[in-house]
Design a protein. Sequence first.
Length: 343
Amino acid sequence: MSEQTNDRKLEHIRVIEQDPATDRQGAYFDQLRLRHRALPEIDLADVDPSIEFLGKRLSFPLLISSMTGGDHALLLTINRNLALAAEATGVAMGVGSQRVMFTHPQARASFALRTLAPSVPLLANIGAVQLNKGFGLAECEEAVSVLDADALYLHLNPLQEAIQPEGDTQFAGLAGKIQTLAPQLSCPLILKEVGCGLSAADVELGLAAGVRYFDVAGSGGTSWSRIEHHRCQQGDLGLAFQDWGLPTPLALQQLRPYQGKAVFLASGGIRSGIDMVKSVILGGSVCGMAAPFLRPAMESPEAVIRVIESIKREFVTAMFLLGITNVEQLYLRDELFWTGNRN
Ligand SMILES: Cc1cc2nc3c(=O)[nH]c(=O)nc-3n(C[C@H](O)[C@H](O)[C@H](O)COP(=O)(O)O)c2cc1C
């Protein structure tokens, strides 16, 4: 079992490399058009894209979403390159599931990233379903402490687990376990999907359990159902569900009534600085991207930095063309979309 977790992470990366359609390219953000200003009445230099997240300053609202870690040179390289790039550009970073470090102590090094990224928010990560399999406060605190993390992601991936032949599908009673954990944890807890979106009912349960942060991780980008289909070769179940779930812009729209009570992170299929601007208008405080950073992270920190800088240029340019000087002025401002183009 312990061998499987490490190998599985490597297999996922190989599948993503070999099948570009694991990124579903739903392009759902393209259906939303922004209201261009020909007279923006600001200078490009007036645009300040920085924000505060978890008590720290980000150069713009980008989060490198949780991907990996483990006892293997490639996984170590990916995480170190991402951490160096996050620090150099002033963006937040999540790590992949840390379950592996409880069975492979050597995997801890791939999560010990604080010396490489001393000033940016780092997010630890554990599968919520592990709370039904013996994990509790001690394991969660250990995951946080190895990373010296600013928050802990509990990821929710019922579809992925259902497609895996070896999947952990005991999701009953998890909300109660989260309710016990949340107030005892030394840092904020963030509930996160992995590409199917959080529904209003999920957020209701999370809020009742004392959780304030939610990463919607909707559909349109990386499809775990399709990835697991390649690994499992068990009929077409994974393909049948490859586009299951809520597209990220719709997920954000249906969570609008909870704004104010909760902080939402937008992710899933965000592919540009323009998508990021739309996500912030729809109520995402921070925008996460995973797959676009995988290949550059296998190469070098500089390759990741290049991608981040180009996304940042897009973000700043879009703000300029909307006549907006700071990110707070984007947040929930529906009038920045062309009237009538929202679905
Ligand atoms: C290679 C890879 C590994 C991932 N591993 C994890 C993980 O261990 N834990 C997690 O919460 N999400 C994981 N994710 C999901 C992402 O954090 C994100 O929610 C999802 O991929 C949607 O973002 P994207 O469309 O920009 O890729 C992984 C994504 C990728 C591409």
